[in-house]
Design a protein around this ligand. Structure first.
Ligand code: MOS
Length: 773
């Protein structure tokens, strides 16, 4: 589309569906079992089963295998090890290969005799049934020489290093603004605190799973539980030495991902190789135990935050340091400092980080990576500052409100944080808070109130969609996006319906296939904004084509009108100046013997849905507007806890979250998503921790029986609201995305409530009873 095109969407599409609490369009298929997940393609011809045999040892060398007993078992088709696995065209074992593949981990198991972490696959056993594969895997004997591993940065043998001094400096860590050291030294109020965060695992309901089907020697279809089919296609085709189009990746449903399905991990390519080796489709589903060592985790980490402030509570300096554990090959660290730099007006800031290598697998994006643990540090410190100065915790945040982005001085594209604070405080009754801690009781329980700020960046991504409008009033809408379970199917159906003036039941929406137009990973909270905007832009192209058709059609009432004089409303093309002159799209199409009309859209740029803005692609100047603004969502959490002073148990008894994230596409799914993310945060605050044995570098609680997450009985009824926010800059739909912000600040809100209840500040997550007593 060129920019001379008219603004035919002068009126907004009638918001019949967008924003409404439509129930999930895929809900019935999910609860009836009709929805097929990646390990449920059971009717593939000759489908067989793979099982991973993993190492209990975290460091060592494989000296041999005894597979004789296993191979004798009925139904066993292959036992693959580093000794017989066919070579790949590329592996992530060198930096160049890792980059080309887009692999999260710079080591692929079964490529050598080396063992680098506990849980590392050492053999893949394929058999005709799952049980036979499992039994045979149990019979495989692996001879290993074990060495003492490094378990974490806390290991006395661990060597800390600064990754930016050895590598690409990609992970945001080293930032300096102003003169932080001098500003801190001169600050009348100085706080220095250390914050520890436990290892967390993603633990989606559906574990990592792959079904690989070689349809020909050079044609592969993979049903994969992934947050991004295109990224998986790239990873697999690069490793296999195939063209991207020779590998099809299908992901129709995902049972949660939380970041661990944002990259392609070893089990996927091993399954593909197993399928090639046995010449049959192969499926593999990780066990819950294997999930803990197969798809990354949130790293164990310590942060030190120095806060310099004036006597009236204004921030003068923030200095942040982070130390965390990484694998033997990768320098991944969550970008914690980003939110600390951004959240409040502060003239001086500095951050740095260091890593220690250990015999662990690579950590990865995990549920609000960076922002979740980073907000724990800054939001607890703000609370400390408030108590120290006798200022209300909400008031101190208002005093430090950042009216523009402190990291770059840019104006916000929109920011409704003050409204979030005000509405949250009102819903919670914050003004009734006793300013003193340890003073409020409910019977023998101590009662505490805490709050925290939330924010998450709007990452704009390239994404495309195709819309086909049929003359009979139906539409097919397609994009290669994925639905993590959070509601992409539903909200995109709504967006398409509104953009075409149809009811949602007339829209068939398809996603999750590399055959469909390319869309980004569902990660980093980008899917809702990018995909909705690309659908909206695709629909615009449909209308534009129809307008062009009408003005050239001698039988149309719009014949010989200028394109710019025509608009569309409610599916009817009409003259702007004389709205009675026009016709319905269906009449125009039928007369022209068009069964359908198709449009393609790109979701990266383009305004449109927001009132007062002409639609248009990047060249309309919108791109400049976008670059000139800092784009973030904001929110506030309010928490009440009741603490048992004898037992040290903490219960969250009330919860209020208010967020401002641009347009909310579906009131019901959005509320559910915020509730879910807030529960993650409560889990991180009070329960979630994977414990890694310091001697064996092995997880000691790798199961959902031992890795505690909140259950219904742990969570009160939660109040969630959104501020009505209109952002004309971020994307065509004005959608910021809510995938991560729900969790940001939550652990601090809980910790601050615990402090208010007990007077005890716990800076080490999770806040288990032993830390309170
Ligand atoms: Mo998310 S942790 O960006 O998948």
């Amino acid at each position: 589309m060129d920019t001379a095109e008219p603004s035919f969407f002068e009126t907004n599409p009638k918001a019949g569906s967008v924003g409404q609490p439509l129930s999930r369009v895929d809900g019935r298929d999910k609860v009836t079992g009709k929805a097929r997940y990646s390990a449920e393609y059971n009717s593939l011809p000759g489908l067989v089963h793979a099982v991973l045999k993993t190492s209990d040892v975290a460091k060592g060398r494989i000296t041999g295998f005894d597979t004789s007993a296993a191979l004798k078992q009925p139904g066993v088709l292959a036992i693959l090890t580093h000794q017989n696995l066919p070579k790949l065209a590329k592996t992530p074992n060198d930096p160049e290969g890792k980059k080309a593949i887009g692999a999260p981990m710079g080591f692929l198991p079964l490529t050598s005799d080396q063992i680098h972490y506990a849980g590392q696959p050492v053999a893949v056993v394929v058999a005709d049934t799952l049980e036979r594969a499992q039994y045979a895997a149990a019979l495989v004997r692996v001879q290993v020489t074990a060495e003492k591993p490094l378990a974490s940065y806390e290991d006395p043998q661990a060597k800390l290093f600064d990754p930016e001094k050895v590598q690409d400096g990609k992970t945001p860590g080293h930032t300096v603004r102003g003169n932080p050291q001098a500003a801190f030294a001169a600050a009348p109020v100085q706080l220095t605190h250390k914050y520890d965060h436990a290892i967390n695992h993603h633990n989606p309901m559906e574990p990592g799973s792959t079904t690989a089907h070689w349809e020909a020697a050079d044609r592969l279809t993979v049903y994969e539980s992934t947050q991004g089919v295109t990224r998986t296609q790239k990873a697999l085709s690069t490793m296999l030495g195939l063209a991207a189009e020779q590998v099809r990746v299908v992901t129709k449903y995902i049972g949660g991902g939380f970041g661990c399905k944002g990259s392609t991990w070893p089990h996927t390519i091993l399954t593909v190789q197993a399928a090639k080796a046995v010449g049959r489709p192969v499926k593999l589903a990780l066990t819950r135990q294997q999930q803990f060592t197969s798809m990354g985790h949130r790293e164990d980490q310590t942060q030190t935050l120095k806060v310099g402030a004036s006597k009236d509570g204004k921030l003068l300096a923030l200095i942040h340091e982070k130390t965390s554990t990484t694998s033997l090959w990768d320098n991944y660290a969550e970008p914690n400092s980003r939110i600390i730099n951004l959240l409040y007006a502060c003239p001086a800031f500095e951050s740095s980080y260091q890593l220690a290598r250990a015999n662990v697998m690579t950590s990865t994006f995990t549920r609000a990576p960076g922002e979740a643990p980073g907000s724990f540090a800054i939001e607890c410190s703000m609370d400390d500052l408030a108590y120290q100065l006798g200022i209300d915790p909400l008031e101190i945040r208002l005093r430090n409100h950042a009216d523009k982005d402190p990291t770059n001085g840019k104006p916000w594209s929109s920011k409704s944080l003050k409204q979030c604070y005000a509405r949250g405080a009102e819903l919670f009754g914050w003004s009734k808070r006793n300013p003193k801690n340890g003073q409020t009781r409910d019977g023998r329980l101590l009662v505490g109130w805490g709050m925290a700020t939330a924010s998450y960046p709007v990452h704009n991504n390239q994404g495309t969609a195709r819309v086909r409008l049929y003359a009979d009033g139906h539409a097919l809408v397609q994009t290669g996006a994925t639905d993590l379970g959070t509601g992409t199917y539903t909200v995109m159906t709504q967006v398409a319906a509104d953009s075409l003036w149809l009811t949602p039941d007339k829209v068939r929406f398809e996603l999750g296939d590399t055959k469909l137009p390319t869309a980004p990973n569902s990660g980093g909270s980008v899917a809702a904004g990018t995909v909705s905007s690309s659908i909206y832009m695709a629909a615009q192209e449909v209308w534009q084509k129809l307008i062009k058709l009408a003005v050239k059609d001698p039988k149309s009432p719009l014949y010989r009108a200028q394109v710019a004089e025509v608009m569309v409303d409610n599916g009817r093309l009409m003259l702007k100046a004389n709205k009675s002159k026009g016709e319905d799209f269906a009449a125009l199409m039928k007369r022209n013997e068009m069964a359908d009309v198709e449009g393609n859209g790109n979701g990266k740029y383009g305004a449109g849905y927001e009132s007062g803005l002409a639609p248009g692609p990047a060249s309309s100047g919108h791109q400049d507007d976008q670059a000139g603004h800092s784009m973030h969502s904001f929110g506030a959490h309010f928490c009440e806890v009741k603490v048992d002073p004898e037992l040290g148990t903490v219960r969250v008894t009330r919860w209020v979250s208010v967020h401002a994230a641009g347009r909310i596409l579906n009131a019901k799914t959005a509320r559910s998503q915020i509730i879910g993310g807030s529960i993650f945060g409560i889990g991180a605050a009070l329960m979630e921790a994977t414990s890694r044995d310091p001697n064996y570098a092995r997880y000691t609680n790798a199961s959902l029986a031992d890795y505690h997450i909140p259950v219904n009985a742990d969570i009160p009824a939660m109040t969630v609201e959104f501020i009505d926010e209109h952002d004309p800059y971020i994307n065509a739909m004005g959608v910021k995305g809510i995938g991560e912000i729900s969790m940001v600040g939550v652990s601090a809100a809980v910790a601050n409530a615990v402090f208010h209840a007990t007077g005890k500040r716990v800076r080490s997550l999770p806040i288990t009873p032993d830390k309170i007593l």
